[in-house]
Design a protein around this ligand. Structure first.
Ligand SMILES: [Zn+2]
Length: 142
């Protein structure tokens, strides 16, 4: 059988949803194909994924996109990176890695993890454990 680019994308999306134990509803499949269909990692906001899905002809509301991204995070398929308190980015790459935040264009991209060294961290308050450390390096024109 010959697969077109979008068939491959949908298959990748289906495999991805399965890995997270999520039922492949039509909307989830469509969004998953947009997120991981080309096999690349991606950083999106709810708004940018909504725009992408609209231009792909998907009838999904912004609220559904947002809730679906949350469900993908809960399933361990994506990580949420909060940049500006109000602004969440969702990352299909789930290993620990630092990010560049481009203040001019409001883009989030991966930074090299090898060059990052965290010598020590503050002790977690009693009864608490550190669950994750997010490193966001903010960039502006030099
Ligand atoms: Zn990333």
């Amino acid at each position: 059988m010959h697969l077109t680019a979008s068939d491959t994308g949908t298959e990748r999306g289906a495999t991805w949803l399965k890995a997270g134990g999520l039922r492949p509803t039509r909307q989830r499949l469509a969004l998953a194909a947009l997120l991981v269909g080309d096999g690349q990692n991606r950083h999106v906001t709810a708004e940018s994924l909504y725009a992408l899905s609209s231009s792909a002809g998907e009838k999904v509301s912004l609220a559904t996109v947002y809730n679906t991204l949350r469900a993908f995070c809960d399933a361990g398929l994506m990580n949420e990176v909060v940049v500006d308190g109000s602004k969440s980015y969702f990352d299909t790459r789930t290993d620990d890695h630092p990010h560049f935040y481009w203040e001019d264009s409001h883009r989030l991209t991966d930074a090299s993890a090898e060059e990052l060294e965290i010598a020590s961290l503050p002790q977690a308050p009693e009864g608490m454990a550190i669950s994750r450390v997010d490193v966001v390096i903010r960039l502006r024109k030099a």
